[in-house]
Design a protein around this ligand. Sequence first.
Ligand code: ADP
Length: 176
Amino acid sequence: MTSSKKILAIQGDITQQAVDAIVNAANNSLLGGGGVDRAIHRAAGGQLLEECRRLGGCATGDAKMTKGYRLLAKWVIHAVGPVWRGGNQGEDELLARCYRRSLELAAENDIKSIAFPAISTGIYGFPLERATRIAVTEVKQFLQHSSCIEQVIFVCFDTRTYECYKQVLLELLPEL
Ligand code: ADP
């Protein structure tokens, strides 16, 4: 994939992205789960789980980084999004924090390109459009004050997610 755009959405599989870091929608244990987490562990190989075991879990809204092992990406940033519980349990802020922490880790480690899945919108049940607005807003705000990260790719697994990201990007970043 070649593009000069700084923030973009594509439809595809995050495990196949040739970026410096991919973000995993992990759970608190960091010991693997379903969805994108399963796909990333399968593609990276067993050494990823070995490293994750040494991290001692991760709080919701936080993120931790490992190597990418057999992935094309050098790093995996494991972010733990909130489970949707109706919207009054701090879900919006916890999801925003996930994106911010992932971007902070990336910037601290000189990562130039990073790919995100649609965190919390699968098994964790966060409403898609609401989550997409949070994701795009956080990335936009972060890139306004950080010059290290050159490209952020939202990797959408299904057409519905891809269509939603395209629409929200057009609305919140019309200059792109
Ligand atoms: P969560 O538990 O945070 O909701 P899921 O893995 O269930 O995480 O879903 C998050 C998003 O990741 C969903 O949009 C799902 O379709 C998507 N997804 C699943 N597999 C992949 C993959 N290989 N690449 C990119 N996105 C994926």
